[in-house]
Design a protein around this ligand. Structure first.
Ligand SMILES: Cc1ncc(C[n+]2csc(CCOP(=O)(O)OP(=O)(O)O)c2C)c(N)n1
Ligand SMILES: [Mg+2]
Length: 594
């Protein structure tokens, strides 16, 4: 039997489970694992500048490609606690990442040793499994179970904590005969699908709410096939955005309190039946449940049994992987249409009604103001970036406006920390996305505060040649919080502006992002006029190709712009002019009816 250290066995399992890269940073307590990675030579390692950054890189890496599992590695103590935000964000969005930490030796765990924190206990609520492995011979099994859990049911993260002496201990292990465990994914039965289709057939104005579970199941094509077959409009959730291309005839717009379209909310409110697939009725999607549910019948399909009925009791629930359900939905619907064509429900009038809303209920993007209104930025981004662009963003007015105005055409091309929304996520997640798929252009979008949170990670992009474009919309404000403080009639602790003694040219906006980005080895441009945005984005593409580093395009916005949002689906407040003519929203996918 081959004999090796438990750390070597751990790396061997990672390799057999398909891991090819890791994000992290070493420390004394995890050095045996780093030594094993070095001996193996098959795992490329991206050295983060902050351990939280490594955890978000792992998330970005996972979210980009089906089957990917991002691995982040850190030492004992603060490295694990720094990665908790990544574990939270990953578990909240059903994203598997594997977090590996070093730990004090087993015999010293209870002695308040240097950097000995019970990270497994701390991480438990944020993971599907969090384990300090105390027996060296358990290491291969712990990793095997980790991959089984991360891939089974509702995907999510795992933390494995390896005491120093456990990593170094020798064990018997045969990587050659190692086999990943089977993955468990519940599948809908034919009777369940038939019942849901009966309910759909009885509806007059049905919609499909398409959640991130469809993207996790790699089932976007099946969603499109099924929606086209039954001719039912689709409302993607924020996590499901891209499952159906924005220019698809059945794209009805997103619904919600913030990251939503006027026509999306109007269509949801006009519907009488909602088939939710792989979604979780997030509160920023539903708003108040009374308005959301009123007069509608709900079917909920989710892979996790305890999600059914968690937010509200649907009229019918099905426990199933989204892909398995959609496959059967399509199969049974096709059979029904063949067997009794006369009973097939025709939906063209309802589909046309939804499309009309899309062609009339648009928000204005074309403003010529200086300082710039943010809406104009997204209009210019729509012009500059094609269907293949992969957007990465986190939270803030910037993210909310992006979801209202940008277009996404493919699954996994809108990479967003949906539920947790941790500031600082954007830069490392974009870098993880670049590692996972260097051939797809990545465009990150940050507000100034999000950008400043993990700004040091830009150096990782410069060091490892991970080129992408980072659009930075600068209002020198914690914009989203400033807007929400209107309810308290205050503007308190949300200002980011100051007179920068080194950079009078930033005109009181405080941080000189161009200098900082350049100091970190990146390229950067600053834009203040609407006509400069398009050329700057084109210039950024050229710089990215020439220098192979992140290129920041900072766009100076007006300080205060309120972005559409509300507390109920039927009371979203519009603060700006609405589009009345085609020229008001020139990059809208469905042209405004004049
Ligand atoms: C770690 C963390 N702390 C606080 C918040 C609350 N928060 C949400 S958006 C925001 C302000 C974001 O400002 P900026 O990135 O400049 O974007 P803007 O809203 O101005 O576009 C804050 C503080 C958060 N999401 N994450
Ligand atoms: Mg801001």
């Amino acid at each position: 039997m081959p004999r090796m250290t438990a750390a070597d066995a751990a790396v061997a399992v990672l390799r057999r489970e398909g891991v090819r890269c890791a994000f992290g940073l070493p420390g004394a307590a995890i050095n045996p694992f780093y030594a094993a990675m070095r001996r193996d030579g098959g795992i490329t390692h991206t050295l983060a500048r902050h351990v939280e950054g490594a955890s978000h890189m792992a998330e970005g890496y996972t979210r980009v490609r089906s089957g990917n599992i991002g691995v982040c590695v850190g030492t004992s103590g603060p490295a694990g606690t720094d990665m908790l935000t990544g574990l939270y964000s990953a578990s909240a969005d059903s994203i598997p990442i594997l977090c590996i930490t070093g730990q004090a030796p087993v015999a010293r765990l209870h002695k308040e040793d240097f950097q000995a924190v019970d990270i497994a206990a701390v991480a438990r609520p944020l993971t599907k499994m969090a384990m300090t492995v105390l027996e060296p011979a358990q290491v291969p099994g712990a990793f095997q179970q980790a991959f089984h859990l991360m891939r089974s049911g509702r995907p999510g993260p795992v933390l494995i904590d390896l005491p120093f002496d456990v990593q170094l201990a020798e064990i018997d292990f045969d990587p050659e005969t190692y086999q990943p465990l089977p993955v468990y994914k519940p599948a809908a039965t034919r009777a369940q699908i038939a019942k849901a289709l009966d309910m759909l057939a009885a509806a007059e104005r049905p919609i499909i709410v398409a959640g991130g579970g469809i993207i996790n199941a790699d089932a976007a094509d099946l969603l499109v096939e099924f929606a086209e077959l039954v001719d039912v409009p689709v409302v993607p959730t924020l996590m499901g955005w891209g499952a159906l291309p924005d220019d698809h005839r059945l794209m009805a717009g997103m619904a919600g309190l913030q990251t939503s379209h006027r026509y999306g909310n109007a269509t949801l409110l006009a519907s009488d039946f909602v088939l939710g697939i792989g979604n979780r009725w997030a509160n920023r999607h539903t708003g108040g449940l009374e308005v959301y549910r009123r007069g509608r019948t709900f079917v909920h399909v989710d892979i996790e049994p305890t999600q059914i009925g968690r937010v509200f009791a649907p009229d019918y629930g099905i426990v199933s992987d989204a892909g398995a359900a959609l496959r059967l939905f399509t199969e049974v619907a096709r059979e029904r249409r063949r067997v009794s064509p006369s009973a097939w429900v025709e939906r063209s009038a309802w589909v046309e009604e939804c499309r009309q809303r899309r062609a009339t209920m648009q928000r204005r993007t074309h403003f010529d103001n200086v300082p710039l209104k943010p809406q104009r930025v997204y209009e210019e981004m729509n012009r500059a970036f094609g269907h293949q662009t992969r957007y990465v963003t986190t939270i803030g007015l910037s993210q909310i406006a992006a979801a209202q105005f940008l277009h996404v055409y493919r699954p996994r091309h809108w990479i967003n920390a949906g539920q947790a929304g941790p500031l600082g996520w954007t830069t490392p997640a974009a870098l993880g996305a670049c590692v996972a798929d260097p051939d797809t252009p990545v465009v990150a979008l940050s507000g100034d505060y999000d950008f400043q949170f993990m700004i040091e990670e830009l150096a990782v992009g410069a060091q490892f040649n991970l080129p992408y474009i980072h659009v930075l919309v600068n209002n020198a404000y914690l914009g989203l919080i400033r807007q929400s403080q209107r309810g308290f009639d205050m503007d308190y602790c949300v200002q980011l502006s100051f007179d920068n003694v080194n950079a009078p040219e930033v005109g009181g906006y405080g941080v000189d992002h161009v200098k900082v980005a350049e100091g970190l080895g990146c390229k950067a441009l600053r834009v203040t006029e609407p006509g400069e945005i398009g050329p700057a984005l084109e210039e950024a593409k050229k710089m990215m190709a020439e220098y192979r580093v992140p290129v920041v395009v900072e766009i100076i916005l007006e300080r205060v712009t309120n972005i559409s949002m509300g507390t109920e689906l039927d009371n979203v407040v519009e603060f700006e002019d609405l589009a009345e003519r085609r020229e008001d929203a020139p990059t809208a996918v469905v042209a405004m009816l004049d």
